[in-house]
Ligand binder design. Structure first.
Ligand code: ATP
Ligand code: MG
Length: 224
């Protein structure tokens, strides 16, 4: 299975918007793509991330495919399990299911959940799923004050697990950006810290469809 695993420094930083735009960019290149959110929480009643991804690749049924983890509470899977909710179960089985769903596609685009070390259960994190899938890992980070430490932490955690980061996406999520001086230097500092990891800046946009050009650049970086 070829493709990308989209993880992040945390929740709400733009994984779904980027992954949707990546799927759209793949489709525009005439590729078949399966964009999948294997673990989604806060599903009340719809898996909104999974639906956005599925629509971007023109296959709505991917969002509700059996064998994916869905839970109502907007919490990490381990927190849900501790409250008596569903547990994720075997990550190998989940990885196998993702491969099956992507079988007829040229590329899989898989969105993680939250940040790189979201606990799946007492022992495992979402990074363990990334390792099993062995796709090209992309870290999305919010281009705002604090992102340097968040990104260094995320990359170190992934590397410790032998997952190499293929690109960092600095995403302009915040609205009041004028006051944040860090936005002018974050990319430079990260480029110094990670000379071998391409860093892509994504501007503030109105919708994921405005991110397709940036996503297309990312496809070029990933050679997809
Ligand atoms: N480049 C951008 N420009 C403007 N707004 C953005 C941008 N990227 C993300 N957003 C805003 O941030 C919100 C969160 O983005 P998104 O849902 O992609 O994050 P996520 O990392 O997938 O979150 P989750 O951890 O819940 O899956 C979006 O709903 C949108 O409002
Ligand atoms: Mg998301």
């Amino acid at each position: 299975m070829k493709g990308a695993f989209i993880t992040a420094t945390g929740t709400g930083v733009g994984k779904t918007w980027l992954a949707s735009a990546l799927a759209t960019a793949c489709v525009q290149r005439g590729k078949r793509v399966a964009a999948i959110k294997p673990i989604e929480t806060g599903v009340d009643p719809d898996p909104v991330d999974a639906l956005a991804l599925a629509r971007a690749c023109g296959n709505d049924s991917l969002a509700d495919a059996p064998g994916l983890y869905r839970a109502k509470e907007p919490l990490a899977p381990y927190a849900i399990e501790k409250r008596g909710g569903p547990s994720v179960g075997s990550l190998r089985a989940l990885a196998k299911r993702i491969r099956e769903l992507a079988r007829d596609a040229d590329y899989a685009i898989v969105e993680g959940v939250g940040g790189v070390l979201v606990p799946i259960d007492r022992e495992r994190t979402i990074a363990d799923l990334a390792a099993l899938l062995d796709l090209q890992t992309v870290v999305v980070a919010r281009n705002a004050l604090g992102v340097l430490s968040y990104t260094l932490t995320a990359v170190e955690a992934l590397r410790k697990r032998k997952i190499s980061v293929r690109a960092i996406v600095l995403n302009h999520v915040e609205r009041n950006h004028r006051d944040d001086l860090s936005r002018t230097s974050n990319a430079d500092v990260l480029a110094d810290c990670f000379p071998r990891i391409p860093i892509l800046r994504v501007p503030r946009v109105q919708s994921p469809s405005d991110m397709v050009d940036a996503a297309s650049q990312l496809l070029n970086i990933l050679k997809i």
